[in-house]
Design a protein around this ligand. Structure first.
Ligand SMILES: Nc1ncnc2c1ncn2[C@@H]1O[C@H](COP(=O)(O)OP(=O)(O)OP(=O)(O)O)[C@@H](O)[C@H]1O
Ligand SMILES: [Mg+2]
Length: 227
């Protein structure tokens, strides 16, 4: 499978962190990998152009020569829900354009990591959500879970919604962000029992990047059909 979609239990849970680890590991292993952040709200104006830190991080981790606009076609300044940011900017997010961007990157790389915005059901426009767009492509999904109070419910809801669209939850990552969660081992075990998808990595805060990325990449490769 050429393309992987990275979602999370919420915004700020580590999707970009995990994607960057994977892209760096893939690059080190000689895989031509690229990140794609099709829709980003929360951008800075740099030399007159809107730039999003996730898209810049993915671009840097992959070490790709792809221009910024190829990695992030829709960039909005305020850090608000994408469909609202788009509406404020007088833009309608066109799923066809998102697909075209993905196809162009797929044609030039061995592996494409697509990072969503926020969580699984984030709307893109008045009709469609990110989940609808991913379902139209049938991409496997990796779920990043921030190990915080409430994460069991968020993770189980996300997994159910991913599968309800006929998609494969290829695995999940337990991201142990500060503040440390009490009983984190019990929480991880509960999710291992209930998610019915493999735990690909447990990342501690500031986990040694290269090692964590390598382990994750190996786990994913074992589960992705060979190309
Ligand atoms: N394992 C980790 N160790 C240290 N810092 C981390 C870890 N995971 C995430 N972070 C930090 O936590 C913050 C949120 O992570 P990240 O930006 O990857 O989340 P996200 O899910 O991509 O958010 P968004 O919804 O905005 O795209 C960032 O500052 C990131 O560097
Ligand atoms: Mg991100």
């Amino acid at each position: 499978m050429k393309t992987l979609f990275i979602t999370g239990t919420d915004t700020g849970v580590g999707k970009t962190h995990v994607s960057s680890l994977l892209l760096s590991a893939a690059r080190a292993a000689g895989v031509r990998a690229c990140g794609y952040k099709p829709v980003a709200s929360g951008c800075e104006r740099i030399d007159g152009e809107l730039r999003n830190e996730d898209a810049l991080a993915l671009q840097a981790a992959a070490g790709t020569r792809e221009p910024y606009a190829a990695i992030n076609p829709y960039a909005f300044e305020p850090a608000i829900a994408p469909h609202i940011a788009a509406r404020q900017a007088g833009v309608t997010i066109d799923l066809g354009r998102l697909t075209q961007g993905a196809q162009q990157l797929e044609a030039r790389h061995d592996w494409l990591l697509v990072e969503g915005a926020g969580g699984w059901l984030v709307p893109l426009n008045e009709q469609a959500s990110f989940a609808d767009w991913v379902a139209a492509h049938g991409w496997p999904v990796l779920l990043v879970v921030a190990m915080r109070l409430g994460c069991i419910n968020h993770a189980l809801l996300s997994a159910e919604a991913i599968r309800s669209r006929g998609l494969r939850l290829i695995g999940w990552v337990a991201n142990e962000l500060p503040p440390a969660q009490p009983q984190v081992d019990d929480n991880v075990r509960t999710l291992e029992q209930r998610l019915d998808a493999p735990l690909l990595a447990r990342l501690s805060c500031g986990a040694a990047g290269a090692m964590a990325g390598d382990g994750l990449l190996q786990g994913l490769r074992a589960r992705l059909p060979a190309r």
